[in-house]
Design a protein around this ligand. Structure first.
Ligand code: ZN
Length: 250
């Protein structure tokens, strides 16, 4: 069986859509374990969980400190101002209104087309930085029904971006078919394979302590699975996944 070495892989560089949350941090570890050169991109669109964007810098700092062999691959960290998204959308992520389900069957955290916009801007940046792979933490398994997280949407975007920019992009979605418990397990195995002693535990600990998921931006209440209000849909999902991951590991 032919097992490609990193040097013989067709793809050697990646841009990770990295918000500083659990999912995108796991995607970043995935990219660092596979590619020689990895850059990150985040978007500031006036989201209520702006604290996530600050968590992002802390996660990068900790990753470099605890995983020295990944530090050398980590390149620039880009932050794009997307205040315009707040002008076109009117949802509970950008305004101070309660979370609820809309008549459409989608939660009011939905920002129409958000991931389409993110991927388009990421591809434009990847084009300029000569990066081949776009890595994003979208997922169909545990998701809230966001249509721009679907596998088919991602495949369509890969095609549209590659055609529209006349450059072959690969849109990689390591979390597409796994649930939140498996996302914790994936982080553990990526850390274990990193070459750092106790790397699995170290990466899980780093994600618990430094990544941010809570929609309300709560960094006061420390739960077993990290900081958060414990009540919002993002906290509930993270907590349930962590609990199942710990049960499976026990
Ligand atoms: Zn929360």
């Amino acid at each position: 069986m032919f097992i490609p070495t990193p040097a013989s892989r067709a793809h050697t560089s990646a841009l990770v859509l990295f918000s500083g949350g659990q999912d995108s941090t796991t995607c970043l570890a995935h990219a660092l374990s596979r590619y020689e050169r990895v850059e990150t991109i985040a978007f500031d669109y006036g989201q209520r969980h702006k604290v996530e964007l600050d968590a992002r810098l802390q996660v990068l700092h900790e990753l470099k400190k605890r995983f020295p062999q990944w530090a050398g691959k980590l390149g620039e960290n880009h932050l794009l101002d997307l205040a315009v998204l707040g002008q076109v959308s009117d949802c509970s992520l950008t305004r101070d209104v309660a979370f609820k389900m809309e008549a459409s069957g989608l939660p009011n955290t939905f920002v129409p087309g958000r991931n389409l916009l993110f991927l388009t801007l990421a591809a434009a940046l990847a084009y300029r930085r000569d990066l081949q792979v776009l890595v994003t933490g979208v997922c169909e398994t545990d998701f809230s029904g966001y249509p721009d997280c679907r596998d088919d949407t991602m495949k369509a975007m890969q095609l549209a971006l590659s055609l529209g920019m006349d450059k072959r992009f690969l849109v990689e979605t390591p979390l597409m078919w796994i649930d939140k418990a498996d996302t914790w397990a994936l982080a553990h195995s990526l850390g274990s394979e990193s070459g750092v002693a106790q790397g699995g535990e170290a990466l899980v600990e780093l994600i618990v302590e430094h990544t941010h998921t809570c929609y309300l931006g709560d960094r006061i209440h420390r739960q077993a699975w990290g900081y958060g209000c414990g009540e919002c849909p993002a906290c509930e999902l993270r907590a349930r996944g962590y609990e199942r991951f710990c049960q499976a590991a026990a």
